[in-house]
Write a protein that binds this ligand. Structure first.
Ligand code: GDP
Ligand code: IMO
Ligand code: MG
Length: 441
C-alpha cells in the first residue's frame, strides 16, 4: 500500500505544468510565472524568441525578459531555454548584462538547450526586407528575425546552439549568411548595417557558447524522473499559433500546449496542469483580425488604464472587450485546466463591462470561430455586466473583491467551464489573489 502511494506520488510529480497565453500575447505570463516559480524546480521556455517581452514588477522595479525564463529572479530555481526557442545571442547577452547589473547570479541557474536555433543578423535583415516588401499586408512583426529563423529550421538550413561548439562553426555561419544574402536579392533594398551587427553578434555568440549548454531533452526527462517539478513558460498567445492562430498574422511557432512536447522534448503523457492566462479584456499588437477591437474612446481608455504599449517594441497595443468564443477555442486547443484572469483593475472605473459571448453569422448566434476571422459577415455579439467602480488597491484576498467583481469572475468560469484559480489586480508580484487552493502542491 505504502509502495503504491509512493509510486502514485512520484507519478503525480512527474509532470510538466504549462503556463501560456490564451489571447494574442501580453496576457501577463511573465508576472504569473515569477509568482508561481517557487512552487517549481525548473522553469523552461519552450518556444518563441526575443519577440516576447515578459514584464515582472517587484520591489518597485520593472524587469522585462525576452529570452530568459521568468523564474530567473527566484534564487532556488533552474531556468532552461528549451530547444523550441530561437535565440539571438545579442539580445540574450544584453538581458544577461541587465540581470548582472541588478545582482542576479544566473551562472549556475541558466541552462540552454543545444538544439535551440540561432537567430543570425541576416535573419533580422530578411525579416525587415520581407515585412517591408509586404507593404500594407505586413504582419507587424517585431522584426527580431523570428520568421526567417523558423523557416531555416523547417527548411533544414538552420544553425543551432550546439553548432557553436563545432570547430568549423565560422564556416557554417558564413555559408548560411551567403545563402541569406542571395535570398535578399529578391527584396527591395532596406537599410541594415550588416557589418556592425555581425561584429556584435560574433562576440555575443561566443558568450552564449560559454553558458551552461545541455541536451535539453535528456536533461528535462532525467529531472522529471528525479521528481523535479517543471513549469513550461509559453511566449506569445494561442491566437498567434502558426497552425491555429489568425494565419498569416501569427508568429512562426506552436504557442499552444502541443509546442511544449516538441519544444522541450517531453511526451504528451507528461503534461500536467495547463494554466491559461487571459486579460479581463483583450489586446493585440501588430496586424490581423481582432473581432472585439474598440476604435472609440473605450479602446483608448483601456490602452491608457492598462498601459498597453508593447514590452518589446513600445508599439501601442490594440484594445477591445474580452471574447468568449475566442477563449473557448484556445481553451479547447490547449486543454486548459485552470484559468488566471489578469488586469481586472484596469476595469475599475467602468460602470458597464462588455463580453463577447457569441459570434453572429448569417443571423445566427454561434460559438464557433470562422475559418477566417477577417470575415466581415461574422460579428461579435455582446452582453453587458455591471462594473464594480471601486479601487482594488487595498484588496488582499479574493473574498475582499467587490461582489460585482466576483460575479464577473464567476461569469467567466461558468461560461468557459474552467475554474479560475488566480486573479491579478496590478502589475506587482504581490497584487495577485488566489481564488482556490488548486495550485498548491
Ligand atoms: P506577457 O508578455 O504575457 O508576460 O505580458 P507583458 O509583460 O507583455 O504585458 C503585461 C503588462 O501588464 C505588463 O506591463 C505587466 O506589468 C502588466 N500587468 C500584469 N498583470 C497586471 C495586472 O493585473 N494589472 C495591471 N494593471 N497590470 C498588469
Ligand atoms: P509575448 O510573449 C504580443 C506578434 C507581433 C506580430 C506577430 C508576428 O510578450 O506575449 P514575430 O515577431 O513573431 O514575427 O511577430 O506576432 N507578437 C506578439 N504580440 N506579444 C508577444 O509576445 C508577441 N510576439 C510576437 O506583434 O503581430
Ligand atoms: Mg509581452
Amino acid at each position: 500500500m505504502i509502495f503504491l502511494l509512493l509510486s502514485l506520488n512520484i507519478h503525480f510529480r512527474m509532470t510538466v505544468d504549462v503556463l501560456l497565453g490564451l489571447q494574442w500575447g501580453d496576457e501577463g505570463k511573465g508576472k504569473i510565472v515569477d509568482y508561481l516559480a517557487p512552487r517549481y524546480d525548473i522553469i523552461a521556455r519552450f518556444q518563441g524568441g526575443p519577440n516576447a517581452g515578459h514584464t515582472l514588477v517587484f520591489e518597485g522595479k520593472k524587469h522585462v525578459l525576452h529570452t530568459v525564463p521568468s523564474g530567473i529572479f527566484r534564487e532556488a530555481q533552474l531556468n532552461l531555454i528549451g530547444n523550441g526557442v530561437v535565440i539571438d545571442p545579442v539580445t540574450l547577452a544584453r538581458e544577461l548584462e541587465e540581470l548582472t547589473a541588478v545582482g542576479v547570479d544566473y551562472a549556475d541557474r541558466l541552462l540552454v538547450a543545444r538544439k535551440a536555433h540561432l537567430i543570425l543578423p541576416t535573419h533580422r535583415y530578411l525579416d525587415k526586407a520581407s515585412e517591408n516588401a509586404k507593404g500594407k499586408e505586413k504582419i507587424g512583426s517585431t522584426l527580431k528575425g523570428i520568421g526567417p529563423t523558423y523557416m531555416d529550421k523547417t527548411g533544414r538550413n538552420g544553425l543551432r546552439v550546439g553548432d557553436l561548439e563545432a570547430a568549423d562553426f565560422r564556416q557554417r555561419y558564413d555559408n548560411l549568411k551567403a545563402k541569406h544574402l542571395e535570398l535578399l536579392q529578391i527584396y527591395p533594398a532596406v537599410d541594415f548595417d550588416l557589418e556592425g551587427e555581425e561584429a556584435k553578434w560574433l562576440v555575443a555568440a561566443e558568450k552564449l557558447r560559454q553558458l551552461h549548454l545541455v541536451d535539453g531533452e535528456y536533461y528535462i526527462n532525467q529531472a522529471l524522473r528525479n521528481g523535479k517539478r517543471v513549469l513550461a513558460e509559453g511566449a506569445q498567445g494561442s491566437m498567434l499559433d502558426i497552425d491555429y492562430g489568425t494565419y498569416p498574422f501569427v508568429t512562426s511557432s506552436n504557442t499552444i500546449t502541443a509546442g511544449v512536447c516538441t519544444g522541450l522534448g517531453v511526451s504528451p503523457q507528461k503534461i500536467g496542469e495547463v494554466i491559461g492566462i487571459t486579460k479581463a479584456y483583450c489586446t493585440r499588437v501588430g496586424s490581423g483580425p481582432f473581432p472585439t477591437e474598440l476604435f472609440d474612446d473605450m479602446g483608448e481608455f483601456l490602452r491608457q488604464e492598462g498601459a498597453e504599449f508593447g514590452a518589446t517594441t513600445g508599439r501601442p497595443r490594440r484594445c477591445g472587450w474580452i471574447d468568449l468564443p475566442q477563449l473557448r477555442y484556445t481553451i479547447m486547443l490547449n486543454g486548459v485546466t485552470q484559468l488566471v484572469v489578469t488586469k481586472i483593475d484596469v476595469l475599475n472605473k467602468l460602470e458597464e463591462i462588455k463580453m463577447a459571448t457569441a459570434y453572429e453569422q448569417d443571423g445566427e448566434l454561434t460559438q464557433r470561430l470562422p475559418y477566417d476571422l477577417c470575415d466581415e459577415s461574422c460579428q461579435p455579439h455582446y452582453e453587458s455586466f455591471a462594473g464594480w467602480q471601486t479601487d482594488l488597491e487595498r484588496v488582499a484576498t479574493y473574498g475582499m473583491l467587490p461582489a460585482t467583481a466576483q460575479e464577473f469572475i464567476v461569469e467567466l468560469e461558468n461560461r468557459l467551464d474552467v475554474p479560475v484559480t488566480m486573479v491579478s489586480i496590478g502589475p506587482g508580484r504581490r497584487q495577485l489573489l488566489e481564488k482556490t487552493q488548486l495550485m498548491d502542491k
